[in-house]
Design a protein around this ligand. Structure first.
Ligand code: NAD
Length: 498
């Protein structure tokens, strides 16, 4: 096996589409000779010219030196047949996502390349073990899952099949580093890390819409403003396209034999069936056509702000919030003021039932997330609209307010707890090391924190409580806490303790 850092390393790339071109681009920049093959006439040459044009443009814009660009362009070679990959030290396959076609490519490669050549697949969903099955040398086959667009996305998942040797994994990890990526070792499991772990953020958002708790605009605003995500789940799905994210969601759900944690909603499929795919069709969860107005996530203020409030339970943070907004916090209930509470995991109905307070005046506020820009409030069925309006008007004097229907865990608690729980489950399954799970989610999905880091930031006990309450109140095992999370919550440990 060739030293991956040898200057004369040569790489074969099979399939010169979006991913193959991206892989060739970063390899050329790392001064690796790349032989690009595509079975569509002219596709490899077109890809090479496209990469060269992008590299030259970067030099013209001063983002890289002309010399670097010229050296990289000189590394790009077009192969007219698979046989021309005979001298490659590593070959990465990036053809269409079709198991039989991929198997055929690997079978043919085995008869072309020498025994020392490592073979990798960039598949996003097929088991590496299935691609390697039946080959004479499955031990040199592994997954090398890059993300789109490759030059921008730093993560690469390195996946071992049932026979892959440690040597091959180490070599591909070194190759990933040489290509300027951050490699993460992952087990051969449906969706690997990112496409599996990325489910909760969007599927829980879809569940909130399904239950008519909140609108996509409200959910996106809360996840951006209160949880630091760069994009809300709905604008994210509109960007990637429902034709991409619905099939991945369904594939992961089916692969885990219908685990309710991974369940989507009919509304998600409806978007696909009606061709509302997102930005690419000008319409998805939002309307991108000219003149379309994005619905506001902010509650309307139509009544004067409350002058005083009562707290359902002693809560210094809630008292400070009310005072900062200009209201007096009454020591005894005057029978008319809004009653503020900050439940964790409970909805207003359950909270009122447990504490015996008047549900008509109860206004629940989510203090579990960052409330510096936006705050989420919810009320029980039968809430007094005047009291509700006065509480919203009070909070709106200081920040944006999102008013939603009754829900265990509001928006932020629910979605963050589900993201954290899936991260814990991945750790429990031993799919990767806890830190690698966090790295993969940050780099592969642009999350502000990895799921286990998120659990630690929220408090492992708090995440466990949100999920346990949601499971108890809804009767839905979708919310069952991961055993990884439960054990650490019970022992008072951090989420990343192994
Ligand atoms: P693409 O359609 O852009 O490119 C595929 C290329 O493979 C085409 O140029 C096609 O002509 C060529 N091809 C098909 N059969 C071939 C064969 N037998 N031999 C040689 N070339 C052949 O697809 P893509 O988006 O680049 O995806 C490629 C692979 O990467 C898939 O396995 C996909 O699941 C995976 N992937 C895609 C993304 C993404 O966001 N697009 C991300 C990660 C992984």
């Amino acid at each position: 096996m060739k030293d991956i850092n040898a200057p004369e390393l040569s790489l074969g790339v099979v399939g010169a589409g979006a991913m193959g071109s991206g892989i060739a681009h970063v390899a050329a920049l790392a001064n690796i000779t790349v032989h690009l093959f595509d079975n569509r006439d002219g596709a490899a040459a077109k890809a090479r010219d496209g990469i060269a044009a992008r590299l030259i443009k970067r030099a013209e814009e001063g983002k890289t030196s002309r010399e670097t660009a010229a050296l990289a362009v000189a590394c790009l070679r077009v192969a007219d047949s698979l046989e021309q990959l005979a001298d490659c030290d590593v070959v990465i396959e990036a053809i269409v996502e079709d198991l039989e076609l991929k198997r055929e490519v690997f079978r043919r490669l085995e008869s072309i390349v020498p025994a020392r050549t490592i073979l990798a697949s960039n598949t996003s969903s097929l088991p590496i073990g299935a691609i390697a099955a039946g080959l004479a040398h499955p031990e040199r086959v592994a997954g090398m899952h890059f993300f789109n667009p490759v030059p921008v996305m730093r993560l690469v998942e390195v996946i071992s099949g049932p026979d892959t040797t440690e040597e091959v994994l180490a070599a591909l990890t070194a190759l990933g580093r040489r290509l300027g990526r951050e490699p993460v070792a992952v087990k051969d499991t449906p969706g690997f890390l990112v496409n599996f772990g990325g489910r909760a953020y969007t599927t829980e958002a879809l569940a909130l819409v399904h239950e008519n708790v909140a609108t996509p605009a409200q959910i996106d605003a809360v996840m951006r403003d209160c949880c630091g995500f760069r994009m809300g789940p709905f604008e994210l799905m509109d960007l990637t396209g429902v034709d991409v994210n619905f099939p991945v969601t369904r594939f992961v759900h089916e692969s885990f034999f219908g685990d309710p944690r991974l369940r989507s909603t009919p509304f998600h499929r409806y978007k696909l069936e009606t061709g509302q795919l997102g930005r690419k069709t000008q319409r998805g969860f939002f309307d991108y056509r000219e003149g379309a107005v994005r619905p506001s996530p902010d509650a309307e203020v139509s009544t004067p702000p409350a002058r005083s409030v009562v707290l359902a339970e002693p809560d210094a943070a809630l008292a400070a919030l009310a005072r900062d907004c200009g209201a007096a916090v009454l020591a005894t209930d005057d029978g008319t003021s809004p009653i503020l509470a900050a439940p964790v995991g409970e909805d207003c109905a359950a909270f009122a039932c447990r504490t015996g307070i008047d549900h008509r005046r109860l206004v629940a506020v989510d203090l579990a997330a960052d409330t510096s820009k936006r705050i989420t409030v919810m009320t029980a069925p039968g809430a007094d609209p005047t009291v509700r309006g006065a509480a919203i008007a009070l909070l709106a004097t200081a920040k944006a307010v999102t008013a939603i229907a009754d829900s265990p865990g509001f928006i932020a608690q629910r979605i963050c707890a589900m993201v954290a729980n899936l991260g814990c489950e991945m750790a429990q399954m031993g799919l990767a090391q806890p830190n690698d799970i966090d790295t993969a989610m940050r780099l592969g999905l642009n999350y502000p924190k990895g799921p286990l880091e998120l659990a630690d930031a929220m408090g492992v006990g708090t995440v466990f409580r949100i999920l346990s309450e949601a499971q108890r109140l809804t009767g839905d095992d979708r919310y069952r806490p991961s055993q990884w999370l439960r054990r650490r919550a019970q022992l008072g440990l951090g989420a990343r303790v192994v």
